[in-house]
Design a protein around this ligand. Structure first.
Ligand SMILES: Cc1cc2nc3c(=O)[nH]c(=O)nc-3n(C[C@H](O)[C@H](O)[C@H](O)COP(=O)(O)OP(=O)(O)OC[C@H]3O[C@@H](n4cnc5c(N)ncnc54)[C@H](O)[C@@H]3O)c2cc1C
Length: 484
């Protein structure tokens, strides 16, 4: 029976693009952090919307579950099959071969790309016509536009340009039964009823397959100034953000908080021994500002704002990037923190967001409570502070194994952090989505009305529950039970 299915799928995409050998499939059935390992009938790699539609129609008719997959860089197990899916046949639908930048319209400031184009390739294509596609995340070499849309990715430039939801004008989506919705409009104004694209953005592959998108482009800034600043804590960092907003306005593109243990970890992993500051500091902020002024003038304006901040005591020390290469080095220290934790193992990842004004108390209170449980925990805290998004990721003590640490404290720490975030009207997942890891937590943080409404949408579009089942939405029976 399964051999019949795979041979039909091979007919659609070609034998070479339908992997069925367990060894060939491992990379596609294992998630980025190697926490979730699933099983699939096949990894199917279509090369265009028509093939995606044919695969979807076949799977729908034969009750085969479909797990869409982009670059497989998401951190919560959303892009791989999960154990529950082993009950019925399931394929991984990998979008990597839909990798064409179809067209660019620099007059309309838009770009039409297929879903499998990597974020890096999209950014480079925009640069080729002197435009900017501003989404910037550490995984940009591997993650794909379809994955970015499906997770509503955020990253380091949200403060200035918004997240993925703000950067898209139109979508093409293949629905579970194979029907193609062509919503590839390139309009900034279109008030013709429900804006369907927003149903699919952030739905993590549970409603349909995004096959193409019209993205917004922006003017390239003429100059960029970057600095790593030392500050005495989250409260000063928030005050500094306010100060810089007043001085630099919307020129600030990034404001990234970094705790000393986070910086130490990443430096160790990068073997980066070049001195940063003359003294050690507990908290740092990486700030970036853009401008349309010439570089020298922009730098002068930036430096004046920073030295005034120094005068107020909000900045304790500053390291200004003296060249593009220097700025890249500083950015690398920030962007590699995530991978440094993955390689170290034993990190409880909490990607929360809270109102900016609540950040200092949240960070201090959550840290104190974690240290009460395990005083030697390395407090790896960093993230997009300018958007209220903190990656609060306590890391195992150096002399405790990942397994021991996670088994002893992971659940407790997650509970503490999520409860604290919710107590100030925050979110338990700011930008990494829900996947399978956070799915059941939604029972605690979303109302019955909200979850049942989501299930109504899911059932309307995917009545057989074949699209990425077991992801994002807690099982319907649990929702009904928790409501009772
Ligand atoms: C080092 C590192 C740094 C990161 N930094 C950030 C960050 O700053 N901000 C941030 O937001 N994220 C970050 N991430 C997480 C991740 O890169 C993003 O979530 C990214 O958007 C996922 O894209 P992807 O193509 O890898 O998607 P995948 O991991 O392949 O898939 C993600 C989800 O989308 C679904 N999906 C994928 N493609 C499609 C499609 N075409 N149609 C329908 N559903 C689809 C999958 O089923 C899955 O549920 C980081 C990850 C790493 C490893």
């Amino acid at each position: 029976m399964n051999a019949n299915h795979t041979s039909r799928l091979e007919d659609i995409v070609g034998k070479a693009h339908c992997l069925t050998d367990a060894a060939d499939m491992t990379a596609f059935t294992t998630d980025y952090r190697k926490i979730y390992v699933g099983r699939a009938l096949a990894v199917v790699r279509p090369c265009g919307t028509r093939q995606v539609s044919d695969v979807m129609r076949y799977c729908y008719e034969h009750d085969i579950a479909v797990v869409p997959q982009g670059g497989n860089t998401s951190l919560l197990g959303g892009a791989v099959p999960v154990v529950e899916q082993a009950d019925g046949p399931c394929i991984v639908l990998n979008l990597a071969r839909l990798n064409q930048v179809v067209s660019i319209d620099p007059v309309n400031d838009t770009m039409l790309v297929q879903a499998g184009v990597t974020l890096n390739a999209a950014r480079e294509a925009a640069e080729g016509v002197q435009r900017l596609f501003p989404l910037r995340i550490g995984s940009e070499g591997s993650c794909q536009i379809g994955g970015n849309l499906s997770t509503n990715a955020g990253g380091t430039a949200v403060l200035r340009y918004g997240n993925m939801r703000d950067l898209v004008l139109g979508l093409e989506v293949v629905l579970p039964g194979g029907e193609i919705w062509d919503g590839l409009r390139a309009l900034r104004k279109d008030n013709t009823g429900y804006d369907l694209k927003h149903v699919f953005i952030g739905s993590e592959g549970t409603l349909g397959i995004i096959t193409a998108a019209v993205l917004k482009l922006f003017p390239q800034p003429r100059s960029t100034s970057t600095a790593l600043l030392a500050t005495d804590g989250p409260e000063s960092a928030i005050a500094l953000l306010g100060f810089l907003k007043t001085r630099l306005g919307s020129d600030i593109t990034a404001f990234e908080l970094i705790s000393a243990p986070a910086l130490a970890l990443v430096r160790e992993h990068l073997h980066d021994e070049e001195p940063l500051f003359t003294e050690a500091h507990d908290w740092m902020v990486l700030v970036e500002a853009i401008s349309n002024a010439p570089q020298a003038d922009a730098d002068e304006h930036f430096q004046t704002a920073l030295s005034d901040a120094y005068g107020t005591g909000l900045v304790l020390d500053a390291l200004l990037a003296s060249s593009e290469a220097h700025a890249r080095r500083l950015w690398r220290l920030r962007e590699e923190i995530s991978d440094a934790q993955t390689r170290t193992g034993g990190s409880v990842r909490c990607d929360i967001s809270v109102p900016l004004s609540a950040i200092p108390e949240f960070v201090l209170e959550a840290s104190a409570r974690v240290l009460e449980i395990e005083p030697k925990t390395r407090m790896v805290i960093y993230g997009h502070m300018g958007d209220g998004n903190v990656h609060f990721n306590p890391l195992r003590p150096a002399d405790v194994t990942a397994e021991t640490f996670m088994a002893a404290v992971a659940t407790k720490i997650t509970r503490i952090v999520d409860d604290l975030a919710m107590s100030v009207q925050g979110s338990i997942s700011a930008e990494h989505g829900v996947g399978v890891a956070k799915r059941d937590e939604l029972l605690q943080v979303k109302s019955e009305t909200e979850l049942l409404t989501c299930w109504r949408i899911k059932r309307a579009l995917d009545p057989k529950n074949l699209m990425n089942p077991g992801k994002v939405l807690p099982d319907l029976q649990s929702v009904l039970r928790s409501a009772a």
